[in-house]
Structure formats: structure tokens, C-alpha cells
Ligand binder design. Structure first.
Ligand code: SF4
Length: 273
């Protein structure tokens, strides 16, 4: 079986930076490290970190001691305020690209724009940005007519460009003034374009990553539109040899939160089929 791997797979800049920061802190052995929700959306990596004393906790307000890690996609303003009030030690791994979304959103609000965040209202990054607007913003995942004198737009970093442009196009009609900051992370766009290009060259595609990872799910959805033989897997153990019966080439791509090690194991397993 011939295997073609996308050039950009494995941890993105933000995830690499976050993992390095927490591991460095864990090595000091200064006690328990709490991440608010999983630090990255990859269950296998989260389990490895747990063994090193880095534990996810859902309710930040239950943390009374230890070190708190702000995850790559940020936490809510009120959660940050609580942690600071408690005087807890903070490791802020919020990705600089996520902070940029927050900064632009706050700037637009200050300048009197009705702020629109394009993305998924349930995603932690969107919830975080919205909290910095004191919830005075609108989250759109698809094109919805809006009318306001001044509309300002930012995007969830992992949104696909097509959806973003479609929403922006719809907003032009209802705004006297429309100001748009394209805050989609380049790393996301590159992976999405590569995945789409690779998908048409192969007989089947494997998309590797956590089922709870938004950017991996989007990769899968993009691939599926051009390659019917697309499989979303978390590890090499999910692979079923019958998927490839009669096929010659398999493409592999992975989300920004998928460890290289898992991609390598997937590649090895497919080559052995
Ligand atoms: S996908 Fe982009 S925004 Fe998200 S953590 Fe990675 S580098 Fe940062």
C-alpha cells in the first residue's frame, strides 16, 4: 500500500508551545498542575500528561491551590479573574493567535461596532472571546441576515475560510460599515488546503486526531466532500484493513493537536496492510 502523508501534520505552533510550557513546569515538581478542560483536544496526549501530574478540571472555581494552566484556546474572563483573586500560580499557554482574536474583538467593540464572531458558540475559544466582550457579541456559524450601522467581524481561529467568507458576504448587505479581521490561523488553512489537494490524489484518506478536536473534525468534513473513502480515526487501533481492499494509495493527514507519534504509528500500520 502506498502512503502519502500531508506535509503539515502534527502539533501546530500553539500546541507545541503549550505542551513545552507545561512539561517544563511539571519537571520542576512543584505540585499539581490544573488545566481548565483538556489542554489540547487529543485524549491520548491528555492521558500522557495526566501521568505527569497535569490534570484537566472542568470547574475552575473548585481550584483552591496548585498551578493553573490557561489552555491554548483561552479561558473565560471571569475564570481568569477568579484565578487571579485566589493568587494561584498561572501558566498562560493561550496561543498568541487566539489572543489576537480577543484583541481585535475588544477593539471593535470599543470603537462602537456590533461584534460578530464567526465560529462555533460551544467552542472554548469562542466562549472565551465572547466573555471578553462581556457577552455583548453575536456568534455566527452560518450566514444569517443582520442589520446594524457598524458591524465588526473576527473569526474563530480554526474556522474554514469558505464558511468565513460566506458569512462575511451575507453581512455586507445589512451593514452601512463592515470591518473584517480575518483571524483564521494560517496553520489551519494550510492543513485544510493540503488535505483537500491530497484527497483527490489517493484512493482513501485517513484523518487522524481527537474526536473532540474542532480543527480535526473540520479537516474530516473538508476531505469527505472530495473523497468518499474518508475515515476519521484517533489512533492506529481504529484502522480496519477491509477499508483498503482493492485500493492502492492512502493519504494521511492530522489535526493541529495530533501528536506526530500517533501519525507515525498510523502510517506504519497502513504500510503493513
Ligand atoms: S491552530 Fe493556530 S490558533 Fe490554534 S493553537 Fe494552533 S497555532 Fe494557535
Amino acid at each position: 500500500m502506498e502512503v502519502l502523508k500531508a506535509r503539515h501534520t502534527g502539533f501546530c505552533f500553539g500546541v507545541k508551545r503549550a505542551i513545552n510550557m507545561v512539561l517544563k513546569e511539571a519537571e520542576k515538581g512543584t505540585g499539581r498542575l490544573y488545566t481548565i478542560g483538556p489542554i489540547i483536544h487529543n485524549p491520548q496526549m491528555v492521558n500522557i500528561l495526566k501521568k505527569k501530574g497535569i490534570v484537566p478540571i472542568e470547574d475552575v472555581f473548585k481550584i483552591k491551590s496548585g498551578t493553573v494552566v490557561y489552555r491554548t484556546h483561552g479561558i473565560k474572563k471571569e475564570e481568569e479573574a477568579y484565578i487571579e483573586r485566589q493568587g494561584l500560580k498561572i501558566i498562560d499557554t493561550t496561543c498568541p493567535f487566539v489572543k489576537r482574536v480577543r484583541r481585535y474583538a475588544m477593539y471593535l467593540r470599543k470603537k462602537g461596532y456590533k461584534v460578530v464572531i464567526t465560529g462555533d458558540q460551544n467552542h472554548p475559544e469562542v466562549k472565551s472571546v465572547l466573555s471578553y466582550l462581556d457577552n455583548d457579541g453575536i456568534v455566527l456559524q452560518k450566514s444569517v441576515p443582520l442589520s446594524a450601522q457598524k458591524i465588526g467581524v473576527v473569526s474563530q481561529t480554526t474556522l474554514d475560510e469558505e464558511t468565513f467568507l460566506h458569512i462575511v458576504e451575507g453581512l455586507i448587505k445589512g451593514a452601512e460599515e463592515l470591518r473584517v479581521y480575518n483571524t483564521i490561523c494560517r496553520s489551519t488553512g494550510i492543513r485544510q488546503k493540503e488535505a483537500a489537494t491530497l484527497s483527490v490524489k489517493v484512493d482513501a484518506m485517513l484523518i487522524v486526531g481527537g474526536k473532540n478536536s474542532s480543527n480535526t473534525t473540520k479537516l474530516y468534513n473538508i476531505v469527505k466532500t472530495v473523497q468518499p473513502n474518508a475515515y476519521f480515526i484517533e489512533t492506529e487501533k481504529d484502522i480496519k484493513p477491509e477499508w483498503f481492499s482493492g485500493l492502492h494509495t492512502v493519504g494521511i493527514t492530522g489535526g493541529a493537536s495530533t501528536p506526530d507519534r500517533i501519525i507515525d504509528l498510523v502510517e506504519r500500520r497502513v504500510k503493513n496492510i
